[in-house]
Write a protein that binds this ligand. Sequence first.
Ligand code: TPP
Length: 319
Amino acid sequence: MDKRIIKDLYYRMVKIRKFEDKIIQHYPEQQMRCPVHLYIGQEAIATGVCAHLKKSDYLFSYHRNHGHLIAKGADIKEMFAELYGKKTGCSSGKGGSTHMVSLENSIFGTSAIVAGGIPIGTGAALAVRLQRQRQIVVIFLGDGAIEQGTFFESMNFAKLKKLPILFVCENNFYATNSSQKVRQANPDIYKIADFFSMPKALLDGNDVIQVYKKSGDFIARIRKGSGPCFIEARTYRFRTHVGPETDIEKGFRAREEVEKWMKKCPYKRFHRQILANKLLKENELLDIEHRADEEVKEAWEFAVKSPYPEKEDLRTDIY
Ligand SMILES: Cc1ncc(C[n+]2csc(CCOP(=O)(O)OP(=O)(O)O)c2C)c(N)n1
């Protein structure tokens, strides 16, 4: 694989991880007053998929959205400021973590309503088709989101109208604290795509190269007009459903299970893979890590120093 691509993937992944590590570090100070759903452990998925996207391609996400925005190139200063409820935030400090916008990256705003982004993304794809535009749409969703009727309606409509959508289900095996085992009769989410005769793939969501390659194939097909495709990428979140803690301390998941998955950490795994296959040198990786560190530090400082919205701002941004 091209060295530039490896560097780019590593950079996106490290930036997501460091951004959220910074949240973990400062969240207990009680200055970020919005809930945070951390993406740590799932970075390979957003990274692998978004590396194929143009700024003009539309992206729809959900409450665990930081990784998707960062991987697509959103401004992390504005994202951090949003977490702090500041006027300079990407949603003017009024949306918080779950409602982030990046218009220049064609992200119109993420939704905390489980499955909420799916029909909106499908509508955006219909608009693209009706206006004879060329963008594609990527819709990220959790394994909990497939339990909503709108998921099936959107899959059906997307296939019926041959819409340019890549559905990416990030199966982290939990919805809040409920395991997939107690919620879904058939654990193979990707097989749902068969009912709609949609091309599908089951991926190791902790393997960034696998995600990059397969999503690249699907995105190329979608760009040529072949209609929607579906990915189930299996992964695991390291932190608790909402907040910076882990489920071990909260008692929601077994220590052995969490530790088993932490050994498959997508970031450490990619680091090992790069060095073992001599794809990049250790100092090249360090340079990327330092760059991400600096950017995250600057973003955090910007957020802390930024002003809060004024009283007069109360009635703006109302829809
Ligand atoms: C319509 C709706 N129902 C319930 C909730 C409460 N809720 C928030 S996140 C969540 C679980 C979502 O799980 P999943 O889609 O698998 O995403 P994950 O949190 O695992 O990344 C629930 C039930 C909600 N926000 N919206």
